[in-house]
Design a protein around this ligand. Structure first.
Ligand code: COA
Length: 330
């Protein structure tokens, strides 16, 4: 059993940071960023909280789906950049969208969050047939967690939100989710001050600079993440495709996590699939974490690239290190 994506929505802040803008405060240049990442500009939240972006994207998704929000049975919000420790972004969005009969929780699988959440949504729809619709909202404000003195990471990310309303369907569907926690040390942001003895002996073999790394700031080993990502994208597809015996030739569109164009090109090569089957939006959005796959999918639908009946492969990776793939018929 699969899902039907009834409607999608998005919200992207108006404020945009171009590559040239970064030259005002770090040593970098447009050419380096373009050639190493494929990114040209990225939206940056100004006054907008993460939940607000999620609300706007969700309202649009509900409107496009043409449903009554009171019929939504579950709201899942994916974010690694929540405004609050509690309440969840999902509860705020549930209230703000009028989804008065829905349960609500957040799911943090970092940039793989949308893939994880869509798969969780499908499982709810399958096991509780009283749930008619699930709203999945992916909302991120990475800019608030960036170290704008670290030129290797701050140029990569953007802010935004995208949402989908989904329902039960008997369309083609397969998924595979994974995590390699040994790589947690390659991409992390500390949230709380802990006792010195714990900071000196951090979890999961974290790097030796863990103790000194500031709270709420992203720390990244770009080379290690890059290596992981180029394996994780093809693996995510192959694991999901293998379960239902389909191949890359059956796929109309690959919608990968938008982190770096070179990662996507390497993944395409490894899969033996042409780049023109890959949807990319990172030139104008950068890496919007869990919002990147639904933003790319929504934009491809709007442009008329992705059409009903086509087979899609959503493939992601992110901090965790997590990875995952979904194959579905749109
Ligand atoms: N502008 C100019 N120079 C920069 C720079 C920038 N923004 N960032 C790094 N550099 C410099 C480095 O300091 C280094 O200089 P050095 O040789 O004098 O030491 C040089 O460029 C090469 O750096 P390197 O880290 O080897 O570059 P790279 O080709 O590996 O690209 C990333 C760096 C971050 C773009 C790349 O590793 C990457 O995309 N990794 C994955 C990150 C990711 O996707 N994270 C999110 C996952 S969800």
């Amino acid at each position: 059993m699969g899902i039907n994506i009834l409607g999608m929505g998005k919200y992207v802040p108006e404020q945009v940071l171009t590559n040239d803008d970064f030259t005002r405060f770090i040593e970098t240049n447009d050419e380096w960023i373009r050639t190493r990442t494929g990114i040209v500009s990225r939206p940056m939240a100004g006054w907008e909280p993460t939940w607000y972006m999620g609300k706007k994207a969700s309202l649009e998704a509900i409107e496009k789906a043409g449903i009554d929000p009171a019929e939504i049975g579950l709201v899942i919000s994916t974010t690694a950049t929540a405004d609050f420790h509690t309440p969840s972004m999902a509860s705020v969005i549930q209230y703000e969208t009028g989804a008065v009969n829905a349960g609500a929780f957040d799911l943090n699988a970092a940039c793989t969050g949308f893939v994880y959440a869509l798969d969780v949504a499908r499982r709810f729809l399958e096991t509780d047939r009283t749930i008619k619709y699930v709203l999945v909202s992916a909302n991120e404000s990475l800019s608030r967690f960036l170290d704008f003195t670290d030129r290797g990471s701050c140029i990569l990310f953007g802010d935004g939100a995208a949402a989908a309303v989904v329902e039960y369907s008997d369309k083609l569907y397969s998924s595979a989710l994974g995590s390699d926690g040994s790589g947690g040390k390659y991409l992390y942001a500390r949230a709380m001050q802990v006792a010195p003895e714990i900071a000196q002996d951090p979890p999961a073999d974290f790097t030796s600079d863990f103790e000194d790394s500031p709270l709420h700031k992203l720390r990244q080993n770009g080379k290690e993440v890059y290596k992981f990502a180029t394996q994780a994208l093809p693996k995510s597809f192959e694991l999901a495709a293998g379960k239902i015996g389909i191949t890359k030739d059956d796929i109309d569109w690959f919608i990968p996590h938008q982190a770096n164009i070179r990662i996507i090109e390497t993944a395409a090569k490894k899969l033996g699939a042409p780049m023109d089957k890959f949807i990319t939006t990172l030139d104008h959005y950068g890496n919007t974490s869990s919002a990147s796959i639904p933003l790319a999918l929504g934009e491809a639908i709007e442009k008329g690239l992705v059409q009903r009946g086509q087979k899609l492969a959503l493939i992601g990776f992110g901090s965790g290190l997590t990875y995952g793939g979904i194959i579905l018929e749109y």
